[in-house]
Design a binder for this molecule. Structure first.
Ligand SMILES: CSC[C@H]1O[C@@H](n2cnc3c(O)ncnc32)[C@H](O)[C@@H]1O
Ligand SMILES: [Zn+2]
Length: 441
């Protein structure tokens, strides 16, 4: 007697990511109550299951939904606002003054909605976000059906969202309480960077985080200048400082990690901390190079992030994986560094590990949430197809994504967003452009 289930998705290729490099041909994924219950040959699936819904993906690869481990979603509204400048000049002279003037609940909600639309259309199902008014971003993710780690920002000076570090921690913990029981949204700590948060605040965060087992993410070693400045001012490298303050551990996500010396390698390796590699933002701001191949070889978990759209300028994680694969070869002088399957793992299972949710998502394994991305590999530019994983990383991009599911719920169908009004999202973004260009509120 066939078992009645919610959905059966048949695909030309199914790439589960775990085990690594495995490709199933002409198989099917059975989904019930939001979870993957079987991955099996299509003929066997037809005999075993009676699905309420069937999806046929004849020219597609079905992969785990992509995981963007570092974003500032609302900054989509500042895309192209201040291009072609180095990090500190970009932040101090352009971005921070603009944020002081424009960022509000409304800005965060509209910018996050634009980001969520863009991410879903490019195959991302989970994102970690660090921005002001995190409650607005959390609500947008919740309503759109996305999975999100909302990393509330802690800065020791006044921001559009908080008066100081303590105020930010209290507001963030209240938000964490609001989402305690939510199955897709987690709220965690994001002390912004070593140069904006002092020891006292970092120590408090370390205590809370250890007590309640809460993840922490922080911009770290974004540039050699940041490391040099820390050494000049304190005699301590930022990684050593985090280690001294009890903030470097398996719950820590270090965002960027350029200018890594032997001691930093050792600390990352021994602590079990994770790295969010943001290659496009690092290249655009001329920030430096993260030694990804060496970190992975040393057993450090390295995942991918886009950073905000103001420094990328896109939120396409396929483009990030492509850039990471190419850049790793250039940085290591080794064409074999970061092959396509490893870049795909960074965009999926490594991301889930970095966010502490690899028991839920990041691979197509029985029992995990049905967070899925379907990529059309049937187009002219994908032919001939010798290796679907190669095609995903080296040839395609987010524009090839056709369908997306989170926890078994379809959010993108044939490139149409099902939980967001795309025209409205675009209109709001255009209104913000006009307001900012006109310099009036
Ligand atoms: C505390 S909310 C996020 C804060 O970070 C700023 N930001 C955006 N991109 C970067 C980056 O690459 N390094 C450091 N800080 C960044 C953003 O503008 C907000 O002020
Ligand atoms: Zn960032």
């Amino acid at each position: 007697m066939p078992q009645t289930i919610d959905t059966l998705v048949r695909a030309r290729w199914i790439i589960p990511v775990v085990p690594a490099q495995k490709v199933y041909e002409n198989c099917a994924l059975a989904i019930d109550a939001g979870k993957i219950i079987a991955l099996l040959p299509a003929a066997e699936a037809a005999a075993r299951f009676r699905p309420r819904r069937e999806v046929e993906l004849q020219r597609h690869a079905l992969i785990p939904g992509l995981i963007n481990t570092h974003n500032h979603a609302a900054m989509t509204l500042l895309r192209g606002f201040a291009d072609d400048r180095p990090l500190m000049q970009w932040l101090e002279q352009h971005i921070w003054p603009a944020e002081q003037k424009w960022v509000s609940q409304e800005f965060a909600a509209d910018g996050s909605r634009l980001a969520v639309a863009e991410m879903l259309r490019a195959g991302t199902t989970t994102f970690s976000d660090q921005y002001f008014f995190p409650e607005a971003t959390a609500l947008v993710a919740r309503e759109a059906g996305m999975r999100a780690q909302i990393a509330f920002p802690v800065i020791d000076f006044p921001t559009p969202w908080s008066r100081n570090g303590d105020d930010a921690v209290q507001k963030g913990l209240a938000l964490r309480d609001d989402y305690r029981a939510h199955e897709r949204i987690d709220v965690v700590f994001a002390p912004h960077a070593p140069y904006t948060v002092g020891d006292a605040t970092l120590e408090k965060i370390a205590v809370y985080a250890a007590e309640a087992q809460v993840p922490v993410q922080m911009h770290l070693h974004e540039t050699a200048g940041e490391v040099e400045r820390a050494l000049t001012e304190t005699g301590e490298r930022p990684t050593e400082r985090l280690q001294r303050l009890g903030l470097l551990g398996p719950q820590t996500l270090c965002v960027h990690m350029t200018a890594v010396n032997e001691r930093d390698f050792e600390l990352l390796q021994q602590s079990g901390a994770h790295v969010a590699h943001c290659p496009k933002s690092n290249l655009k701001l001329a920030s430096g190079f993260c030694p990804v191949a060496r970190l992975l070889a040393a057993g450090v978990n390295v995942a991918l992030g886009t950073d905000g759209a103001a420094s990328n300028n896109s939120l396409d994680l396929f483009a990030e994986a492509n850039t990471a694969a190419l850049l790793a070869k250039a940085v290591s002088g080794d064409a074999a560094a970061l092959p396509a399957h490893q870049a795909l793992a960074m965009a999926t299972i490594n991301g889930a590990r970095a966010l502490g949710i690899d028991n839920v998502t990041g691979s197509l394994e029985t029992g995990k949430s049905a967070d899925l991305t379907a990529v059309d590999l049937g187009g002219v530019e994908q032919q001939p197809l010798h290796d679907p994983i190669s095609q995903l990383i080296y040839t395609g991009g987010g524009h090839n994504v056709s369908d997306v599911w989170v926890a078994g719920k379809q959010l993108l169908k044939n490139r149409e967003l099902l939980t967001l009004n795309e025209a409205e999202v675009i209109q709001r973004a255009q209104q913000w452009r006009a307001r900012i260009a006109g310099q009036s509120r």
